[in-house]
Design a protein around this ligand. Structure first.
Ligand SMILES: NC(=O)c1ccc[n+]([C@@H]2O[C@H](COP(=O)([O-])OP(=O)(O)OC[C@H]3O[C@@H](n4cnc5c(N)ncnc54)[C@H](OP(=O)(O)O)[C@@H]3O)[C@@H](O)[C@H]2O)c1
Length: 273
């Protein structure tokens, strides 16, 4: 955690009474998102793939930072439809509802197109794109019943620009743009048909954030020489702090962000100007 977010457990109220699930919420950007939603008063469930020790440690940190908060951790592979649905069900069973889903879990398997194995392609598409679909589909059903909800997907600037050695990752992340806009349209359609939309509705919105390069373990794998070159291409001349991505996510999750849907939010230090 950086100095930016150390607030001694003082909580805002923008998300009081809301229940949020953050996939891949136990480290990196997802952990910063979980913390920022908690800072705004939400109950937070964090999903993770396999690292239970990490999940428990992070849960302990959240409970220490926000002693009056309610938190839980849920293991499940988002790439498997049944496990994704079971995670949504478990969160609803434990917290009584689900208001916010942040699809943040993601992986990379970098190779140039000529060297890429079928498995590298399939794994990345399955976690980053199909996983987001499975989770969003299950959450949407629940949110439409209630008539309110927020889904935020975590894409990447690579989905907008492409990148050498990342055909699988870039395709999975740009796939999220079409998925986001379609989910957003269908959510409005279903709410309208059910008579659950009026001028003051909080509604069900679906948006995507596209971080640039963020200081996390995912980027630690990038060789220093390459990283220096990357920084040279960022107008802000530095990587993002995870909290700078989280800030946009919690803004989009607020009830008052009700007129923002189907949008792609760049948080990239000006990289795509
Ligand atoms: N870092 C960047 O510079 C950057 C830039 C743009 C976009 N992004 C995107 O931001 C998101 C988070 O990135 P990060 O750097 O914070 O990642 P990270 O540090 O590698 O953390 C990934 C998280 O996702 C979970 N996860 C991975 N595969 C999973 C699966 N199949 N099912 C369930 N959970 C799974 C991991 O759980 P375990 O700990 O159990 O493995 C972990 O909690 C990703 O979608 C990434 O593509 C990152």
């Amino acid at each position: 955690m950086t100095a930016q977010t150390q607030n001694n457990g003082v909580r805002g109220s923008k998300l009081a009474g809301r229940v949020a699930l953050v996939t891949g919420g136990t480290r990196g950007i997802g952990a910063a998102i979980a913390r920022s939603l908690a800072e705004q008063g939400a109950e937070v469930a964090v999903g993770y793939g396999g690292d239970q020790a990490r999940a428990e440690a992070f849960l302990g940190e959240l409970r220490q930072q926000f002693p009056d908060g309610t938190f839980s951790a849920h293991q499940g592979n988002v790439a498997k439809a049944a496990e994704g649905r079971a995670t949504i069900d478990a969160v609803v069973a434990e917290h009584g509802r689900l208001d916010i889903l942040v699809n943040n879990a993601g992986i990379t398997r970098d190779r140039t197109v000529l060297k890429m194995e079928d498995e590298d392609w399939d794994d990345v598409i399955q976690v980053n794109l199909s996983g987001t679909f499975y989770m969003a589909q299950a959450a949407l059903k629940h949110m439409l019943e209630r008539g309110t909800g927020r889904i935020v997907n975590v894409s990447s600037i690579i989905g907008e620009m492409g990148n050498f050695g990342q055909a699988n990752y870039a395709a999975s992340k740009s796939g999220l743009f079409g998925l986001t806009k379609t989910l957003a349209r269908e959510a409005i359609f279903h709410l309208q048909r059910a008579g659950k939309l009026n001028d003051d509705s909080i509604g069900v919105t679906v948006n995507t954030v596209t971080p640039g390069y963020v200081n996390t373990e995912m980027v630690e794998a990038v060789p220093e020489k390459v990283l220096d070159k990357i920084k040279g291409n960022i107008p802000m001349a530095r990587l993002a702090h995870p909290e700078e991505i989280a800030r946009v996510v919690h803004f989009l999750c607020a009830d008052k962000s009700s007129y923002i849907t189907g949008q792609i939010w760049g948080v990239n230090g000006g990289m795509d100007m």
